[in-house]
Design a protein around this ligand. Structure first.
Ligand SMILES: Nc1ncnc2c1ncn2[C@@H]1O[C@H](COP(=O)(O)OP(=O)(O)OP(=O)(O)O)[C@@H](O)[C@H]1O
Length: 487
């Protein structure tokens, strides 16, 4: 008996002229997503993500490696790209069109205060199915969030955007203990060990982001998301926290959630990664026990939802109306209310994150300069691993110059302090001799000169710091963009 041939996968064309772009349906930092049709495929609907390679990872080898990795993955809750190819300096990723769009676009349009628990359970269960498969294959997603969970009109849920995903077995950023050290993902959803990446992180970082995604679905946005998006990650997450914003974020709606849900989220948001459950274990959590089917999602969330293109168009209009909001410019009167935080703890009753202040954290005793240097080094890791060795070397050279100059500055400040101390002592003998007074006058003059020279040096240093922050922010913007998928 002749063996049956396995069904052939449809080969989507690799040239842009075979596709017709219809509408813009989304945009990330360096990518635009379109609804399109593939003309030779009976005008089948597709989504095309067009990634600006100049603003994204320029390393095409990385793109190829990821494409190869993704081609080996196959799971009903994972969105696989049909194909990808370059069009000028852009990478086009052709994907199945998920007509309801992402959960983020759904909640921001129709459920700004969050979804109900039974709906959350359905989407989280399917996301966990995808995660469990992914982790079982040795992959981390590294960017779990509602914006990367796509939904079809029949309620099917798929995890998408493997731009920063990585294989624990292949990555060069992975140490022998199967841990990553580069910062990847989107700040609000990042696990503490990813932000403080010198300690290394692994699968459990996805579980933290999964917990944050649960909060995002419950509240309509992730914790801390009120902080201005234009600020660098380190300012956003670890350095400053506004009390006024904390109050804004707290709506006191923690009581409307079940104990099972709070317990499930709390387990994901344990500061200690080893205490967070695996995706497999989470699937067995009581919260998912009486989980409904996808039709429940259709009835309660998708019915009556405007099309993804219409929602996107509306969101653009609203965004435009919101321009001139207060987020970008900090109100100076607010600054007194800012305090450094070193992390946060999950507050199970209120279903929210509480800031942890530095006295609880030995690491926070570290000096400001040391802390800035350490953070910058972490960012160098980001740039190095994502942007290529050259960028890393350049960044390191800049940082070494900064470090040298800060050390020099420290010596000069010490010198100045000693000089002033000396002056205080010499005050006791000030009137003793005219010759000494004359000498003091010369010394005062010299000190004044020295102080103004140091002031200028300090000002220059501040400017340099600012410039570096801007550079780092640019790198961050490049890195937070979704990257390349292909089959
Ligand atoms: N395959 C798809 N089918 C339908 N809609 C899609 C598809 N891919 C993306 N979209 C829509 O486009 C939006 C933007 O997608 P993109 O992947 O750029 O978003 P993001 O993950 O929110 O951004 P970023 O990854 O840059 O933070 C999504 O929120 C979703 O609504």
């Amino acid at each position: 008996m002749a063996l049956k041939e396995p069904p052939k996968r449809l080969q989507y064309p690799l040239d842009s002229s075979s596709y017709k772009l219809l509408n813009e349906i989304g945009a990330g930092v360096s990518a635009v997503v379109y609804k399109a049709i593939c003309i030779p495929m009976n005008s089948a609907a597709v989504a095309i993500k067009s990634i600006d390679l100049d603003r994204s990872r320029p390393d095409l080898d990385d793109v190829r490696r990821e494409a190869k990795t993704l081609s080996l993955l196959s799971h009903p809750n994972i969105l696989k790209a049909h194909c990808s190819f370059t069009v000028d300096r852009r990478l086009w990723v052709v994907m199945p069109f998920m007509a309801a769009g992402s959960l983020q676009s759904i909640i921001s349009h129709s459920h700004p205060n969050g979804l109900t628990e039974p709906c959350i359970a359905v989407v989280l269960r399917d996301t966990l199915n995808a995660l469990s498969y992914l982790h079982g294959q040795g992959h981390l997603h590294r960017d779990i969030k509602a914006g990367n969970i796509l939904v079809d009109t029949n309620g099917q849920v798929k995890l998408a955007d493997f731009g920063v995903s990585a294989s624990i077995y292949e990555s060069s950023t992975c140490s022998s203990s199967l841990k990553f050290t580069d910062v990847a993902g989107t700040p609000y959803w990042m696990a503490p060990e990813v932000i403080h990446s010198h300690t290394g992180y692994s699968f459990k970082a996805d579980i933290w982001s999964f917990g944050i995604t649960a909060l995002e679905l419950a509240h309509g946005r992730p914790p801390l998301s009120h902080l201005p998006p234009s600020k660098s990650m380190m300012l956003k997450i670890t350095k400053r926290f506004r009390f006024s914003d904390l109050d804004k974020y707290r709506k006191g709606n923690g009581n409307k959630f079940s104990k099972a849900f709070k317990d499930m989220v709390a387990s994901c948001l344990d500061q200690d990664p080893s205490k967070r459950p695996t995706a497999d274990k989470l699937l067995k959590h009581p919260f998912f026990k009486n989980c409904k089917g996808t039709d429940f999602l259709v009835k309660n969330v998708l019915l009556g939802l405007p099309s993804v293109e219409k929602r996107y168009k509306e969101s653009k209009v609203n965004e435009h109306d919101d321009d001139g909001g207060d987020d970008e410019d900090e109100d100076p009167s607010m600054q007194v209310k800012e305090r450094r935080i070193s992390g946060w703890n999950f507050n199970q009753d209120g279903l929210e994150l509480d800031p942890v202040f530095p006295n609880d954290d030995a690491g926070a005793k570290e000096g400001e300069v040391g802390s800035v240097m350490r953070k910058m080094e972490e960012h160098v890791n980001v740039v190095g691993s994502e942007g290529g060795v050259k960028k890393k070397e350049k960044m390191l050279a800049t940082l070494n110059v900064l470090k040298g100059s800060l050390e020099q500055e420290l010596l000069e400040v010490k010198f100045l302090v000693n000089m002033i101390r000396g002056e205080e002592e010499s005050d006791h003998h000030h009137d003793q001799t005219a010759a000494a007074a004359h000498h003091d006058h010369d010394q005062d003059h010299g000190e004044e000169k020295e102080i103004s020279r140091l002031r200028v040096a300090l000002e220059n240093e501040r400017k340099k710091n600012l410039q570096l922050e801007l550079q780092l922010h640019t790198c961050k913007l490049q890195l937070s963009s979704p990257l390349n998928i292909s089959n």
